[in-house]
Design a protein around this ligand. Structure first.
Ligand SMILES: Cc1cc2nc3c(=O)[nH]c(=O)nc-3n(C[C@H](O)[C@H](O)[C@H](O)COP(=O)(O)OP(=O)(O)OC[C@H]3O[C@@H](n4cnc5c(N)ncnc54)[C@H](O)[C@@H]3O)c2cc1C
Length: 459
């Protein structure tokens, strides 16, 4: 009899795992059943802000593979609009509710792939039922916001609550659609994924684009009029608006796992080993936004909900379920984003992470340009490096710049991954021609500056 794999969650992690398992085991050997409570499989949530802005079409363009493709080409039993409501580890069964037709099914498994993703962090205040308030997590959220923006009367003012990268990307999308946009952030400034000196550069650029930033201003509620949101309430008074987008971050979606007794780690996400196995539960696997992983620099468990990790982790789980051998060895926290033309990249530890992890370090900021100063299109670029004292080992890096900045973080990520010191980095053979870099690349300038700073301190 064929073995049976049940997958909970039909997006990045779940479908990567299912596809890899199928590549290694045919349908006579492994039956694959996928439960997905939403309307889509294998979609790019990452593309939603660009669909909102109108830059890319959607939602079809954001779907890598639809359920029918998985059924016909991958021989999977994909059950859409089915929500798994319980996992019975003793009987090796899941219970799923049919959200469209009604009714409940029980299905047995040999292997279980838990890939339920993350859920938005809820505010401490009540969200009203009024129209015009949106989360930003799924394609359905994106579709709902687009409908509201296109409807009559057309909204003119928008408030984005929360200045993480999703809030920042949505603020960009809304300003590009011609709305007047206010971003309200409880912390000092948006983009707390970089240090505050680098975050200030992002905030400054956002203001330059016409986005109003209200920092250190927690929201305490919403006001409505005639069934539509009319203002965001803050300690400094109401901010009138026609639409509110919530971007308070996400937390791992672990409700089912907890109820079933699967182990959670210190971050509140599911614990897994390097092969994406849930410890103590043979045949149970988990991957993506619902799991925690190792930070390779701090050595601490972290929850970093990004698509890049979900796809890799799902692939690793699927190879192992399929009988192969693969491991996911942790992350270093590399991420990129942009606000209109301003690009932001980060990798490794911020100053506060380095302090919390007990490192002694120096940090330097180097100002440079993306191209030779005389070459058309040369624009400023700021590189920040954080290096361990006295070893000089790179601990973290951040880049903010107007062009060709974000993906420059990748060379720093490779250096960090391989434990290079800033001294080693000054020798890096990076490409140079006037259209692409000054003769001393901004990364090399920053490395030299860090070497000097270390020498000055430890002289
Ligand atoms: C607006 C936005 C922009 C982003 N931009 C980027 C980016 O630029 N770069 C990047 O790396 N990452 C980005 N991300 C993050 C990325 O989308 C996620 O990390 C990735 O989708 C996680 O994949 P996952 O499979 O773990 O979870 P998800 O994609 O959340 O998929 C989980 C699936 O499980 C289903 N599910 C949950 N519970 C159940 C249940 N009980 N029964 C059945 N189905 C269930 C859900 O409906 C969902 O489809 C962005 C996210 C958003 C929202």
């Amino acid at each position: 009899m064929a073995q049976r794999l049940i997958v909970i969650g039909g997006d990045a992690a779940g479908m990567s795992a299912a596809s890899q398992a199928r590549r290694r085991r045919d349908r006579g050997d492994l039956e694959i059943v996928v439960f997905e409570r939403g309307h889509f499989t294998s979609y790019s949530a990452c593309g939603i802000p660009y669909w909102i802005s109108g830059l890319v079409p959607g939602p079809e363009a954001l779907i890598a593979r639809d359920p029918e493709t998985f059924r016909t080409e991958y021989a999977m039993d994909v059950r859409m609009r089915h929500e798994v409501t319980a996992i019975d580890l003793e009987r090796r069964e899941v219970v799923a509710r049919d959200l469209k037709g009604g009714g409940e099914v029980r299905e047995r498994f040999d292997d279980l792939m838990y890939a339920t993703g993350a859920v938005p962090v809820k505010p401490s205040w009540a969200i009203t039922d009024a129209g015009g308030v949106f989360g930003m997590q799924t394609l359905d959220d994106g579709a709902a916001l687009r409908d509201w923006l296109d409807a009559d009367p057309q909204p003119r003012r928008a408030v984005v609550v929360g200045g993480g990268y999703i809030g920042v990307e949505i603020a960009e999308a809304l300003i590009q659609r011609g709305l007047s946009v206010t971003l309200v952030e409880a912390g000092e400034q948006p983009m707390s994924t970089v240090d505050s000196d680098m975050g200030e550069l992002v905030a400054e650029a956002m203001r330059g684009l016409g986005i109003t930033i209200r920092g250190s201003l927690p929201v305490s509620g919403l006001e409505e009029r005639d069934g539509r949101v009319s203002a965001v309430v803050t300690a400094e008074g109401p901010i009138p608006t026609d639409v509110v987008v919530m971007g308070l971050g996400v937390r791992p979606n672990t409700a089912l796992a907890e109820a079933a007794g699967l182990p959670l780690g210190p971050t509140g996400a599911i614990r897994v080993d390097r092969r994406m196995r849930v410890p103590g539960h043979p045949g149970v696997w988990a991957a993506g936004d619902c799991v925690e992983t190792l930070h390779r620099v701090s050595g601490l468990p972290v929850h970093v909900p990004l698509g890049t990790h979900a796809n890799k982790q799902g692939r690793v789980a699927g190879i192992n379920i399929g009988g192969g051998y693969a491991t996911f060895t942790g992350v270093i926290g590399t991420a990129v984003t942009k606000v209109c033309d301003l690009e932001v990249g980060r990798t490794g530890l911020r100053e506060r992470d380095a302090t919390a992890a007990g490192f002694e370090f120096v940090s330097v900021i180097a100002e440079s340009t993306n191209r030779a100063g005389y070459y058309p299109g040369a624009r400023p670029m700021t590189v920040k490096l954080i290096a361990e004292r006295p070893s000089g080992r790179l601990l973290g890096a951040q880049i903010v710049g107007w062009s060709e900045a974000a993906k420059r973080i990748d060379s720093l990520a490779v250096a960090l991954w391989n434990g290079m010191t800033v001294d080693d980095m000054t020798q890096l053979d990076l490409g140079y021609a006037p259209p692409y870099a000054p003769v001393w690349d901004p990364v090399l300038i920053a490395a030299r500056k860090a070497v000097d700073a270390l020498a000055a301190l430890d002289r």
